[in-house]
Design a protein around this ligand. Structure first.
Ligand SMILES: [Zn+2]
Length: 253
């Protein structure tokens, strides 16, 4: 699969900046692997690279795809036709993990990054890390700590219903957790002991990873934005107060 073509909309996995890729910022090439006998017919390796145009990033995203094709010997030399993808390899970055801000606790970010990096290789290991990550989020952000994740989610649900959940925890995010819980083996996974390995497929592991990204955005990032706004409002109020005080002082002289 070609990563992206010139003129297409693309989001850099390093800085998350959405951009329209210009022709000089994208490269795609195919190499014919000159092997005389193997089961793939004509083996081809495709290289896809995109350079980020954000001046603060300028990272190179790189992937290769192994596949088979038919070789056509034309007057200008051999060319490759009917490329059929067999396997894709993400080289830079190695996983689809999105960069996360420092105000999310380090161990939680680490579990997320590791879950993303092994999703394709071992979905059940990725799901186990994702479960631990979600548990870490609920413990840290909501202050709820119980033996099993499912018990923590149920406690969170009842706190949201009774209006005692931490600010920023909305019924919508709890609904999202419940929705993910209903997919495949994920519900069983959340009820399981941390040492019990439950098989899941890559799609189920990705659903858990998506849920983590949603909680990062809806809880941690949203809280940080609220705090920054509040600080800005207080700053304006403080400035007004000191201005008023200075004015009163000068009028009394
Ligand atoms: Zn970038």
């Amino acid at each position: 699969v070609t990563l992206v073509e010139g003129g297409e909309n693309w989001e850099c996995p390093y800085c998350n900046r959405a951009q329209t890729v210009t022709s000089g910022q994208v490269y795609s090439g195919r190499a014919w692997l000159k092997l005389s006998k193997h089961k793939y017919g004509e083996a081809v390796l495709e290289i896809d690279a995109v350079a980020c145009a954000n001046p603060k990033c300028e990272e190179v995203t790189l992937s290769t795809t192994f596949g088979k094709a038919t070789r056509f010997n034309g007057p200008q030399g051999p060319s490759i036709h009917n490329f059929l993808e067999i396997q894709e390899y993400k080289l830079r970055p190695t996983s689809a993990a999105k960069p996360q801000p420092d105000f999310i606790p380090g161990p939680i970010r680490e579990d997320y990054l590791e879950a993303c990096s092994i999703r394709d290789l071992s979905p059940k290991a990725a799901a186990t890390l994702a479960r631990r990550c979600i548990q870490g989020i609920i413990r840290d952000f909501c202050g709820i700590s119980k033996a099993k994740l499912v018990q923590e989610i149920n406690e969170l649900k009842s706190r949201v219903e009774s209006g005692t959940a931490p600010s920023g925890v909305t019924p919508e995010t709890v609904e999202a957790i419940d929705y993910v819980r209903s997919i495949g083996n994920i519900g069983a996974h959340m009820e399981a002991d941390i040492n019990l390995v439950i098989p899941v497929d890559p799609g189920e592991a990705q659903a858990l990873i998506n849920l983590i990204e949603l909680l990062f955005a809806e809880w941690y990032v949203a809280r940080e934005i609220r705090r920054a706004r509040l600080t800005a409002v207080k700053q304006i109020a403080d400035n007004k107060k000191s201005f008023k005080a200075a004015k009163t002082a000068s009028s009394q002289n």
